[in-house]
Design a protein around this ligand. Structure first.
Ligand SMILES: Nc1nc2c(ncn2[C@@H]2O[C@H](COP(=O)(O)OP(=O)(O)OP(=O)(O)O)[C@@H](O)[C@H]2O)c(=O)[nH]1
Length: 332
């Protein structure tokens, strides 16, 4: 496939360049810039969205960052060239996202993996977890990994086998060029699955993806989590979406009409706490303790060259990493 590039249409978003310091590992060093692309946006932290065709990459990008309604994504056309989008809605969210076409051919000479992966902070690989339709299942291609161990584990109704093969190829290729990339796996389109099935799918994908890495002696490569932390209560989508939207607004406390309060507080320049509370009473004191504890963790982390916050195999420049908003799915 011939790779082409499409520049962002959001020209106004060029005004703020690089909210993440380069030392956080998400920026391009000057010498890494593509000589043919001199736009200032290239110095921003960069996230790649990859995955099979129709897995939902563009939908995630449009719904999360451009407020497109999920129904409208039905009419999105297939992406046929890399689409670069500048995201800079607040000081917390300021980076560049590159949406890739589904079938990237890594062996195509026009695919410049050095240029693409070198300056990348995170690669989000999207997997469509939907049940395959009968006709899809019949037309499913052979397992791309062509490894016996993988095919032996295949269940007849697994639709994500091809995606897993592609995931493996993608991360091993990217890791070779840049071992500092954060790899995130996003299990998407789980709306049609039962709660049990969702958990089983996540467990299965997690297991298989890591087995594949182990088979290839790439244990050092970590598929990390998108969330930094969340409480253990079941996810209620409405509250979750409210919390996501909160990141976009400047006000710190919003009273909801049902005696609860939506609360946003900055922990560090790159980390925010968003929560829904019944009462405000002790939150300031609790938050103070929480922030102090987080700072202490960062301090200890830097003493030990970032071993607490840093996935194995990455550089010490990764103590803070950009955490993406997730939509209708979960992270492995
Ligand atoms: N059921 C369901 N469908 C979704 C979801 N997100 C996206 N889709 C649908 O998936 C289809 C493909 O979405 P795209 O965003 O175009 O997928 P893509 O990965 O960008 O596709 P390519 O550009 O071909 O690589 C569209 O019809 C979307 O409406 C979701 O959360 N649930």
């Amino acid at each position: 496939m011939n790779i082409q590039y499409e520049e962002p249409t959001l020209s106004s978003s060029y005004s703020v360049v690089g909210s993440f310091p380069k030392s956080f590992g998400y920026g391009l060093e000057d010498q890494d810039l593509d000589p043919e692309d001199s736009s200032p946006s290239t110095s921003k932290p960069r996230i790649l969205l990859m995955g099979l065709r129709r897995s939902g990459k563009s939908s995630i990008q449009k719904v999360v960052f451009h407020k497109m309604s999920p129904n409208e994504t039905l009419f999105l056309e297939s992406t046929n060239k890399i689409y670069k989008d500048d995201i800079s809605s607040s000081s917390f969210v300021n980076f560049q996202i590159w949406d890739f076409p589904g079938q990237v051919d890594f062996f195509d000479p026009t695919f410049d993996s050095e240029m693409i992966f070198k300056g990348t902070g995170a690669l989000i690989f999207v997997i469509d977890a939907q049940e395959p339709s009968e006709s899809d299942a019949n037309q499913r291609p052979a397992c791309p990994s062509k490894r016996k161990s993988c095919c032996l584990r295949m269940k007849p109704d697994d639709d994500y086998m091809e995606a897993l093969g592609r995931l493996h190829l993608t991360v091993s290729r990217a890791y070779k060029v840049n071992p500092d990339i954060n790899f995130e796996v996003f299990i998407h389109k789980v709306d049609g699955l039962s709660d049990d099935h969702k958990i089983e799918t996540q467990r299965d994908i997690h297991q298989r993806a890591n087995d594949d890495l182990a088979d290839a002696s790439l244990e050092k490569l970590h598929l990390s989590k998108i969330y930094i932390a969340t409480d253990s209560s079941p996810v209620d989508m409405q509250s979750y979406e409210l919390c996501c939207d909160m990141i976009d607004v400047s006000s710190a406390i919003i009273k909801l009409n049902n005696t609860t309060v939506l609360y946003l507080k900055e922990v560090t320049k790159f980390l925010a706490l968003v929560c829904i509370l019944r009462e405000e009473s002790l939150i300031d004191y609790n938050f103070h303790c929480f922030r102090k504890a987080i700072h202490e963790v960062f301090e200890v982390g830097s003493l030990f060259e970032g071993t607490i916050w840093r996935p194995a195999g990455s550089s010490s420049s990764k103590q803070a990493s950009l955490k993406s908003v997730v939509l209708n799915g979960s992270a492995v």
